[in-house]
Write a protein of this length. Sequence first.
Length: 318
Amino acid sequence: MSADGSPGTRDHRESWHAALHRLQECALPHVLASIVGAAGSTPREPGAKLVVTSTAVIDTLGGGHFEQQVIESARRHLAATPVAAGTHLEAFPLGGRSGQCCGGFVHVLIEVFAGADSHLTLFGAGHVGRALVELLAPLPWRIDWYDSRDGAFPLGASHDRYPDRVRPLTLAADAEGVAQAVAAIPRDAHVLVMTHDHAQDRDLIAALLSRAHSGGEGLRSIGMIGSCSKWASFRSRLAAAGLDDAALARVRCPIGLVSTASKRPCEIAISVAAELLADRHEPQDAPDRRGAAPERLRHAFSTTDPIDNAHSTGSARE
């Protein structure tokens, strides 16, 4: 609980728009709460905004119990598993719902940002890997990008070249390093293997399939760059190592939405990106994302003002 009664850590130095940009770049779940309508004496004017995460509050809607209620509402949305993106319009009669003596009326738009739409773990920073990251970097995807070579990533890859949701990581090429990297992959992630070394590719595929076979958290997909003959060679070795047909069938190789005779890295990357995007299915019980109901919006922004205009110029911060 902060000093003014609002739950969570409060950053007094960061503005809401700076926080919003940072959280969007990192693809972390957050809520933007905006006052979109006000009547009577209210703590802040329409246009005031507040950013809420599960642990922090940035900027202010004026403080007091009203702001605490907005924060609590935002965190209820953030506590859902998974977080559902969407917009919600809430009404706050300050004297009734919020118990504040200023007695005005506020409408707050709650915009929920779920963070990353998808997660990709990519092994390999060669020509196709770089082209693929360039294509996916503008999208709200979290990308963990591994390579075992010194200087493999483009200059500035860990700084201003890519958003913070793209993380270049060093892969230790020994068995322990491969096992640690595979264990760190989050549930329901896509995985692509396209390193510079076929032996490393094979070790990674074996570790990925062993994780799935041992009952570890499920992966959305496993793909490996290469030809049909490369996969035939890998498949026979992996089968000899004890992996069954059901496990081996999880691997896509070659990868890409459509077969292409071209070997240009950018064209291959476009095909692979299209395949990943095509695999994004909305669950059947996904919430309707059309926002607040039209009748609620008409009521909220009607010209009829239920509050005495004599008090409309007042401002009170509780």
